[in-house]
Design a protein. Structure first.
Length: 104
């Protein structure tokens, strides 16, 4: 599971991921749509975020998500996944954790 850390309430910066298979090897994502989905820890059945990521280098599986104002106003650890989709078909997903640290 990949983890990224971001300060509470900050926005305008990127969260970076490398899409990997179960063995930890990078997966080619060229030509796919990559979707970041997150859930709050107390409500795992309710989707908190579903946003498209930008592919940086499809051959090496790298992608990024631009944090928007209001995305992470609470200092929590969000669980989720990045989905590799083609059309309406989810071909695979990778688990992620976004840790939002308190910021004053």
């Amino acid at each position: 599971m990949q983890e990224v850390i971001t300060p509470q309430g900050d926005y305008g910066h990127y969260l970076y991921f490398t899409f990997q298979d179960a063995d930890g090897d990078a997966v080619i994502i060229t030509g796919y749509t990559m979707i970041l989905k997150l859930w709050r820890p107390a409500t795992p059945g309710t989707l908190f975020m579903e946003e498209e990521c930008e592919i940086i280098d499809g051959a090496s599986g790298t992608l990024k998500y631009l944090v928007q104002d209001g995305d992470f106003d609470d200092a929590l650890t969000y669980v989720g996944e990045v989905e590799k989709t083609s059309g309406s078909v989810v071909e695979s997903s990778m688990p992620v954790r976004v840790i939002v640290t308190e910021s004053g």
